[in-house]
Structure formats: structure tokens, C-alpha cells
Design a protein around this ligand. Sequence first.
Ligand SMILES: [Zn+2]
Length: 338
Amino acid sequence: MKNFDPRYNDLPKTEIHIHLEGSIRTQTIIDIAKEHNLKLPSYDVAELDRHVKVYDQMRDLHAVLEAFTIFQNSIASPQAVERIASELFEDSAKQNIRLLEVRFSPDWAFHGHALDWDECLEGLLHARDRAEREYDMAIGYIAITSRSMGPGSCMKTVDWAIRHREHILGIDLADSERDFPLGDFVPSVKKAKDAGLKVTIHTGEDTPASFVIETIKLAAPDRIGHGIHAIEDMKAIELIKERGITLEVNPWSNYLTSSVRTIEEHPLKRLFDLGVRVTINSDDPEVLDTNLNNEYRIAHEVLGMGMDEIARCNRYACEASFLPEQKKKRIWQKYFSA
Ligand SMILES: [Zn+2]
């Protein structure tokens, strides 16, 4: 749902939780497939949308996996990576997003076509530099390590991120918490921290508050992806506040993955009211058929947050952003401080 309602579009925004791999336009998937002779279920946008977008909560896991398999296969060359990023920045600028952190999993995204990670990063940096100039945004990258690819892949990703720490702001640990216990990945997280990288971890998305508590105690992340189930245990809430951890919340994503039963029950506002530093983000806007304006609409019209409260979430995001201080400050003063 591409939402450009001026009520939300006019507000300058921050986005600090968005996956590059979930942000590929359907037309771009088709163009890349034609260029690289890749097989698709359809080469028509409306038809292909039925295979690459999740519109309702009841779609089964197989459908979601099919979508991500197609997205992964689209990442066919460093040029494709650059194009995907450039288009994401264009779509972000159209929504008045001024501070943007994009995350991607190099081992997952680049291994399908055995791409060179450094060449892909070069494309990403070109796209970033162009967009920062053209749209006057502050953009940064986070490297994801996918739990499902194992601790070895995690360490490989961390080592790569450290080598490129001038351009990679931090690392993220994503994928199923239940199937791949955190303990196996703690040495990599620690290594990243020791090298000065920031850390965010997906936790408490579809898992209970105990997972959030364990993640904070074992891995001490700077931020948490989702973390919404912390609401079920005041001990988790207190710990998050005590450590000054910011939550990257993605309301529509949480609904579609059944992490909340109904969108009305989403705890974003309750977390905010408890004094947790929450931020509003879109996660995988193309797969989930959403955008940040739509997430703001949900926060305001469905969950009852005031526009001043939503603006406060932007401040939380800017303060917790992994971008260098100078870069954040300039954008904040120019677009947000009024
Ligand atoms: Zn995510």
C-alpha cells in the first residue's frame, strides 16, 4: 500500500529498521530477471505481485518463503544491488525520510549468485553518495548476520563489517530466535562491539519477553529489532529503560507475521506510554506492501498516537541512530528541530 497522504508525507521522518532484500520493486525484479535470464512465475507486475507480496495475515509460511526466494534470486550482480538501493532511496525521499539506516545480510543476499561482497558494497556506496547529494538525506548501512546461516557465517560477516567499518555502522542478528539460540553468536557480537561497531538484535518479535531479557543480558545490544513482547513482563520493560535501549518497531510487519493477533492490539503506544524509547519503521516495505507513511497512519489512526508523540519517536530514532554525530546533527537541525 503506497501511502502518500500529505498528513504523513509532510512530516520529516527517520527509518532505522528496513531490509534492503525486502525493498525491491516488482518491476525491478522483472527487469533484472530479463537481463540475467532468470525464471519468474510471471513477467507482469500485477501477476508477479501475487507471488512476491504478502497482503494478509493468513498467508502461509510457504508463500512468504517463495517471495523471499524470488527476492534473493534478483540480487544477480553488483549493478543490480546498486539499482535496488538507489530505488529504495528514491522511494524513501518521496516519503520525506531524511535519516535512513538500511540493513542487508551479505551472506544471504550475495551468495545466490556468488557475488563479491566488496564489489556489492562499492555499488551500495555509490547509490548512497548519490542519494545523499540528490535528496539531502543521511544514509548508513548495517550488516546483518543471519542466524540460520550459522555461527561461522556470523563471524565471517562480522569480520567483513570490521574491515569496512568506515562504511558499515553496525551489525544486526536476524532470523529465528527459537531455532538458533543466541549463545552461539555471542562471541561474534562481542568481537563487533570490541571493534567499535554498534549492535542491534532482532528479539521479542514472535518470542516472549524472556528472550528480550536474555538478549540484553548476554549480548548487551544498543538497540533491539521489534522487542514488542517485552510488554508482557515489566522486568523486561525496566531492563530496556535502565539500559537506554531503543526499540525498532514495525507495526504492520508484526501483524502480518502474526506476532500480534490484530493490528489494534499492537503494543507500540503502550510501550511509548511506559517510557520505552520506541521508533516506527517499515521492515520489508515491498514484501509487506507497506511504507513508512502507512506505518505512521497505523500509529496515529489505529493505535491513537498523537502526531507530537510520533515526532518524539523520530527524536528517539535520531538519538539512537548509528550514523556519525555530525551527520545526524546537521540533518536533525535542518529538518526536525523546528
Ligand atoms: Zn527486520
